[in-house]
Design a protein around this ligand. Structure first.
Ligand SMILES: *Cc1c(COP(=O)(O)O)cnc(C)c1O
Length: 355
């Protein structure tokens, strides 16, 4: 007799829902930290010509086709570190958890944070340990050190700055955690382009540190390219878990092109930083709104009634992220991705009607 899907699939998979992506058709899309800007038309034409030359009949260069070297040069990755590429940093998280899933191994993350840490613990079969942040989203250092001591996690994930709260923790606090952790510490710098500090210069110099970044938030979410810089010992093992052709030829070509034209992306990030300040200030001026400090390309806000305001904005043609219900500390919080000046104006005009 055949077995049913339910009999065959792992119970922990049966118990969860799939990652939900909201339908944004016809809406101003400010829910997923995308960069609102495309490339200028002349660069787009140049990119099209470059892509036409790519040998799509061949498998990609398994070592990245020059992308690692371009990343090293663009982002001052230390010579002491090895670079690993992923199909988005989401895939790098998966590689890390797959490599570490010994029986009984634990993955620790601060909460609330990026949901894929917990998801990958579950998918790879690591025990998940969440350590709550304080009410204002700071690291509770004594409690976190105690949890590290009690659980001895194989890996600790720290988003720097944090998603979905936007704040960057004090550097010394993260350094204390890297010192104390017995296992690997992943400093996830997905929002580095919008932040005032980085651990990249430590990559390869601290044995238990892996610095992870992505091109997604700076304007290339569609190509799916994440990168990690870490010690040769960690890179060697993680590379065994990586599917050999995980970064496709088109992604490699676009990434090389983008890094050659890095100034365009830096200019866009500078505009978004300035817009972040303008948006945060205007949101803070609204009655009952508490704006949390952000070093990312989004602003998280506590409002009197998050579900109602989320629905009102959606009815007005604007899609943001409702964080209410995602974690107790996120009660009545909304996350606004920083858009173009016109998109941010639309948000502020809609809020003036609604609240
Ligand atoms: C968006 C995000 C990622 C995922 O980035 P991809 O490279 O697009 O997979 C990783 N970490 C954090 C904290 C993020 O917010």
């Amino acid at each position: 007799m055949k077995q049913s899907v339910e009999q065959l699939v792992r119970p922990e998979i049966l118990a969860i829902g799939a990652y939900h992506v909201a339908d944004a058709t016809g809406l101003i899309k400010l829910d997923a930290m995308e960069n609102p800007y495309r490339l200028p038309a002349e660069l787009n034409a140049e990119l099209a010509a470059t892509l036409a030359e790519v040998a799509i009949n061949r498998y990609p260069d398994p070592s990245g086709g020059g992308v690692k070297e371009a990343l090293r040069a663009a982002y001052a990755i230390p010579d002491a570190a090895e670079v690993l590429l992923g199909n988005g940093s989401d895939e790098l998280i998966t590689l890390i958890t797959q490599a570490l899933a010994r029986p009984g191994a634990k993955l620790m993350a601060l909460e609330p944070s990026f949901v894929m840490y917990r998801m990958n613990a579950l998918l790879s079969g690591l025990e998940y340990v969440g350590v709550p942040l304080t009410a204002d989203f700071a690291i509770d250092l004594p409690a976190t050190l105690a949890a590290i001591d009690a659980h001895r996690p194989a890996v600790l994930f720290i988003a720097y700055p944090n998603n979905p709260t936007g704040n960057r923790y004090p550097r010394e606090t993260v350094e204390a955690l890297i010192e104390a952790a017995p296992g690997l510490v992943v400093v996830d710098e997905a929002y580095q382009a919008f932040a005032d500090d980085s651990f990249m210069s430590d990559a390869g110099r601290r044995d238990n540190l892996l610095v992870m970044r992505t091109l997604s938030k700076i304007g290339l979410a569609g190509i799916r390219l994440g990168y990690a810089a870490t010690s040769p010992a960690w890179a060697r093992e993680l590379d065994k878990v990586r599917p050999p052709y995980n970064v496709n030829v088109l992604t490699q070509a676009v990434a090389r092109f983008a890094l050659e034209h890095r100034a365009v992306f830096d200019e866009q990030a500078a505009i978004l930083r300035a817009e972040r300040a303008r948006l945060a200030e205007a949101l803070a001026a609204r009655p009952g709104f508490t704006v949390f400090p952000s070093e990312a390309n989004f602003v998280t806000v506590r409002v009197p009634d998050a579900p109602a305001l989320f629905a009102g904005l959606k009815a007005a043609g604007i899609l943001i992220k409702n964080l209410h219900g995602a974690h107790p500390l996120l009660s009545h919080c909304l996350r606004f991705t920083v858009g173009s000046p016109a998109e941010n104006d639309a948000v502020l005009a809609a809020l003036a009607q609604l609240s």
